[in-house]
Design a protein around this ligand. Structure first.
Ligand code: ACO
Length: 383
């Protein structure tokens, strides 16, 4: 059948079109439920570490104590970056967006750890360990280097979240802050067939190497309609400045039909369950480290948006409260999406492995709406 003669129904944004069969995660958008491999996100956030959840996503079951010890040990052992990569980070513009650096850095890792034979278990294993362990180091190194500080060598006596905070600040990480970041990483690790996961599966389906898979997904995550929203939320909160200005500023945005970043979701028609967990984390963090007026501004925006947009199913998504938490953890605003990326690497890799198992290259069709066949006028006959 020719693409030019058939007219399949076109669904803008592929809404409701299954792109894969997947057992990694599931969502109930009406009830606001999210499950990783059948486990509720609230239970995972309460009882697990990010490393444990990464294993669950990758291999389908919660790890035993010895499986987790081996996996975590390998992750700790592979955190360091080759000096060439650190040198490369020293030469990117200090004004570069951290997501651009992350995408480039992951692409560069692929040159040092060739992984083209993607069906080989040892290639898959090495990519999983390298990417989950080194991506946090890449992000932290760039954030330090652009301030004129040296990159900090990772410590292997700390969990992934605590070590990231250490590499950022060179201070002993606060245990509450480290656990809050650990839970944030759990919440962001996976989320069914979103844009970046779809990207990762499309690239995986070509049998490209895992570094190409993950760097492509990072590019997809960087946009403000996807992972980039958390950064935009903070800019909005800062531009509002105080709770008493919310009704005027956000009310005006709603009147003009401007989108409020961190609100709305293609699948959730109620409050994102991750936003609820994040709100609790924010409260816990503020009790421990002191309050932040931005949280009160955000809560007033949520109330106003619920009153005016709730009937359209517009409620806070995961990005609405994550920025306030990251800001309290001293993470720079433009690096919020990169933190999301550190975590989502686990989900992308789980989808990479799933895609390779029974792979068929993605090759959708299109609804052609261009010109019918026409005769070509050579250049010398055109006016
Ligand atoms: N603020 C105000 N109104 C909104 C918002 C919002 N954030 N999101 C959607 N709407 C309104 C639209 O104006 C539209 O109204 P209309 O029917 O009167 O024209 C209706 O809700 C449907 O909106 P769509 O854009 O068609 O919804 P879609 O499913 O395509 O988009 C998306 C989902 C991209 C998340 C959207 O809600 C949005 O842009 N949100 C802001 C960006 C954001 O927070 N992204 C992060 C998503 S979560 C993540 O990626 C981690």
């Amino acid at each position: 059948m020719s693409e030019t003669t058939t007219k399949p129904a076109f669904v803008n944004g592929l809404e409701g079109i299954p792109a894969a069969e997947s057992g990694v995660s599931s969502i109930n958008g009406q009830l606001g439920k999210l499950y990783y491999r059948g486990y509720a996100i609230e239970d995972l956030a309460e009882h697990c570490t990010f490393e444990e959840v990464a294993w669950l996503l990758l291999y389908g079951e919660l790890p035993s104590q010895s499986q987790l010890a081996t996996f975590d040990g390998q992750l700790r052992q592979h955190r360091r970056l080759k000096y060439n990569i650190v040198d490369m980070l020293k030469h990117v513009p200090v004004t570069a967006h951290p997501m651009a650096v992350l995408q480039t850095g992951i692409g560069a890792l692929g040159m040092f750890y060739p992984g083209r034979e993607v069906q080989k278990p040892e290639v898959q294993q090495s990519a999983v360990i390298n990417l989950i362990s080194k991506v946090p180091t890449l992000v932290a190194a760039f954030l330090r280097l652009r301030e004129g500080n040296s990159a900090i060598t990772p410590r292997d006596d700390l969990g992934l979240a605590a070590n990231f905070l250490y590499m950022l600040t060179e201070r002993e990480p606060d245990p509450v802050a480290a656990r809050v970041l650990d839970v944030c990483l759990i919440l962001h690790a996976e989320h069914t067939m979103n844009a970046s996961t779809f990207t990762s599966r499309v690239v995986a389906s070509t049998l490209a190497d895992p570094y190409a898979v993950v760097s492509s997904a990072v590019g997809s995550l960087s946009g403000p309609l996807h992972g980039g929203a958390n950064e935009q939320v903070l800019y909005l909160l800062d531009s509002i400045g105080s709770v008493d200005r919310v009704d005027e500023v956000v009310g005006g945005m709603i009147d003009r039909k401007d989108k409020i970043m961190g609100m709305g979701h293609r699948v959730y028609k109620t409050k994102d369950p991750r936003a609820k967990v994040l709100q609790k984390l924010a409260t816990r963090l503020f009790d421990h480290l002191g309050t932040d007026e931005r949280y009160e501004i955000a809560r007033r925006i949520e109330t106003l948006a619920t009153e005016r947009l709730g009937s359209k199913g517009i409620y806070p998504n995961v990005d609405f409260y994550s920025g306030i938490v990251y800001s309290k953890l001293e993470i720079p605003t433009d690096a919020f999406t990169a933190i999301f990326g550190i975590s989502r690497v686990a989900g992308w890799l789980a989808h990479w492995l799933e895609q390779l198992d029974g792979n068929r290259i993605f090759r959708p069709t299109q609804v052609y709406n261009g010109a019918a066949h026409r005769e070509l006028t050579p250049m010398h006959q055109r006016g």
